[in-house]
Design a protein around this ligand. Structure first.
Ligand code: SF4
Ligand code: SF4
Length: 474
C-alpha cells in the first residue's frame, strides 16, 4: 500500500491532498505513466448522472391532530407506499400518477428538493389510537420531519448498450430505439464512472462517504441485483451489468440540479441521480484501474427487441462516445442517456470539496466483497399462484408463523386471574391452576400464539396442579 486513508485525510486537513478527476488522472497516466501518477495523486474523483429507476425517498410527514395511521397516501396525486409506520411513507421514483402517467415519483422528489409545496392526501381506516380517517394539506420539505433518499440500486457497474433489430420502433428504459438497428443508446459516464474505476470494490464499501444529489451521502449496502459472476475484459473489468450500490442521503440538503425527475415515452417515470465517489489511490492496482480510458473500457451492444437480448457486438466506450458505431456492416448513430457534462461537474465538485477540506474519506466498515449471482424468476411461479386460493394460503402461512413467544408481555396485564406472569428470567410463565380458559390473552397476542390449536408447552409452567388446563382454550 502506497498511502492509507488516514494519511490522505491528514493531507486533506492540511490542504495538501492532490486530487484529480478521473478524466484528469487518465490523461496524466497517458502522459507520464501509471507509476508516476500513483506517486503524485492521493484521490481521484468520479461522477455519473443518469436515470436510476431504483431510487426513492423515505418521508415522515409528521403527525396530524387528531392522529392518523396513513395507510393510503398520495403526494401530488402520486401513490406513496404507506405500509410502514403511522406517518412514514416511501415515494418510489417510478410511481406514476393515476391521472397522468407521464408524471410520477421522480418529479415529486425533484419538486420537494426544490422547496415546492405539493398536495398530501392520506387515508386510514381509523383506530382507537389513530382515529382520523382522512387528511389533506400542502407540504414542503420544511414542513415534514424527514425526507431522505434511499436508493436500493444506483451506479450500475457498466450497462449493456441497446439497439433494436425488429421492424418497429421500441420505447424502452433505454430510450427510443429505431427499427432495423437504426440507433444505439447507452448509459454510463465511461472513464468517469465510479464502479468502472474500482471494479473489484477494493476501496468502496458500507459507510463510504460520497457525493449524492449535490450533498454528502453514503453507501449503505450492496445494491440490488449486485452480481460478480460476469464476463470481464482482459483487464478484469466487467463488460456487462455487474455490481451496484445502495445509497442514502438527506434529500432536504440536496440540489435539484443533481436530482431530476424524468419520463421516458411509453415506458414510464424515473429519476436522474447524480453520484460521485472518491477513489483513494492506495496502491498500484487501483491506480491501474483508474488509468483505464474510454478506449479500454468496453460494453456489449444487445438487441432489445428480443426477450433474451442477443449480443450484437462488443464495443469500446470511446466508439460509443464518438457518436457512431459500425453495426452489422453499417454506421449507426449512438447517444448516451447519461450526461457527461453533469458527470464532469460532479467529479469537479467533489474534487473541490476534498481540496477545501469540506469532505473527508471514510474507511468502509464492511467490504462489499461477497460473490453474488443473479436469480431470475421461473415462469412456473406464475402458474402456482394462479392455482392457489390466496385466503387459504394466508391462513396456512399465518399458522406457520405462530411458532415462538417473543416475550412481549402483552398477555400478562389482560389476564383477570393473574394466571400469566413474567418469571425471573423474563419468560412468560403460566400458573395453570389459576387459568379459567377465558381466552382474553388469545385476543391480544400479537404473534397469534394463544389460540386453541397452539399447545401451552411454550410457557414455563408454574405451580402445576391441573395439567389439562392452559391459556386461551376458548
Ligand atoms: S404469548 Fe404472545 S402476548 Fe404473551 S408474551 Fe408471548 S408473544 Fe407476547
Ligand atoms: S385463558 Fe387463562 S391465561 Fe389466558 S387470560 Fe384467560 S385466565 Fe388468563
Amino acid at each position: 500500500m502506497i498511502r492509507t486513508i488516514d494519511e490522505i485525510n491528514e493531507k486533506i486537513a492540511n490542504g495538501e491532498a492532490v486530487v484529480l478527476t478521473a478524466e484528469e488522472f487518465v490523461k496524466m497516466c497517458k502522459q507520464e505513466g501509471v507509476k508516476s501518477a500513483l506517486k503524485k495523486v492521493d484521490v481521484v474523483t468520479t461522477g455519473t448522472f443518469a436515470p436510476m429507476c431504483s431510487s426513492g425517498a423515505f418521508i415522515n410527514f409528521g403527525h396530524t391532530v387528531p392522529p392518523m395511521r396513513m395507510e393510503r397516501i398520495k403526494l401530488a396525486g402520486v401513490p406513496v407506499y404507506g405500509g410502514i409506520a403511522a406517518v412514514d411513507g416511501y415515494l418510489g421514483a417510478t410511481a406514476e400518477s393515476e391521472e397522468d402517467p407521464t408524471f410520477g415519483g421522480g418529479h415529486v422528489i425533484e419538486l420537494l428538493i426544490k422547496g415546492e409545496k405539493v398536495l398530501l392526501q392520506a387515508w386510514g381506516k381509523g383506530t382507537d389510537c389513530y382515529p382520523r380517517r382522512y387528511y389533506e394539506g400542502l407540504v414542503d420539505k420544511h414542513s415534514i420531519n424527514d425526507f431522505y433518499l434511499f436508493n436500493p440500486r444506483n451506479a450500475y457497474q457498466n450497462y449493456s448498450a441497446a439497439t433494436n433489430g425488429s421492424e418497429r420502433i421500441l420505447y424502452t428504459y433505454m430510450g427510443k430505439l429505431l427499427p432495423n438497428y437504426g440507433n444505439v443508446t447507452f448509459s454510463t459516464s465511461g472513464e468517469l464512472s465510479p464502479l468502472l474505476k474500482d471494479p473489484k470494490l477494493k476501496t468502496i464499501g458500507v459507510g463510504t462517504r460520497i457525493f449524492l444529489g449535490g450533498t454528502i451521502g453514503y453507501v449503505v449496502w450492496y445494491g440490488t441485483q449486485f452480481r460478480t459472476n460476469v464476463k470481464e475484459d482482459d483487464n478484469g473489468v466487467p463488460m456487462v451489468p455487474a455490481r451496484t450500490l445502495a445509497l442514502i442521503g438527506d434529500a432536504k440538503k440536496m440540489n435539484a440540479e443533481y436530482v431530476k425527475g424524468a419520463y421516458f415515452k411509453n415506458y414510464g417515470v424515473t429519476l436522474f441521480v447524480g453520484v460521485g465517489v472518491p477513489i483513494p489511490v492506495i496502491d498500484e492496482e487501483i491506480a491501474f484501474y483508474l488509468s483505464l480510458s474510454n478506449q479500454e473500457l468496453k460494453t456489449e451492444v444487445r438487441d432489445y427487441s428480443k426477450p433474451e437480448k442477443p449480443l450484437i457486438k462488443v464495443v469500446t466506450y470511446s466508439e460509443l462516445f464518438s457518436g457512431e458505431v459500425e453495426l452489422l456492416g453499417k454506421r449507426v448513430k449512438t447517444s448516451s442517456l447519461s450526461s457527461i457534462p453533469k458527470a464532469r461537474k460532479i467529479a469537479l465538485t467533489l474534487k473541490e470539496w476534498l481540496k477545501n477540506g469540506r469532505f473527508y474519506l471514510t474507511k468502509p466498515v464492511e467490504m462489499l466483497n461477497e460473490e453474488r449471482v443473479l436469480v431470475t424468476r421461473p415462469n412456473e411461479d406464475f402458474d402456482i399462484l394462479q392455482s392457489v386460493e390466496i385466503d387459504l394460503e394466508i391462513e396456512r402461512l399465518k399458522l406457520s408463523l405462530r411458532d415462538e413467544c417473543v416475550g412481549c408481555g402483552a398477555c400478562v396485564s389482560v389476564c383477570n386471574f393473574t394466571a400469566l406472569k413474567i418469571n425471573e428470567i423474563g419468560k412468560i410463565a403460566l400458573v395453570r391452576e389459576r387459568c379459567t380458559r377465558c381466552g382474553l390473552c388469545g385476543d391480544v397476542c400479537p404473534i397469534g400464539l394463544l389460540l386453541p390449536e397452539v399447545e401451552d408447552s411454550r410457557f414455563d409452567v408454574m405451580e402445576v396442579e391441573n395439567s389439562n388446563e392452559g391459556p386461551c382454550f376458548k
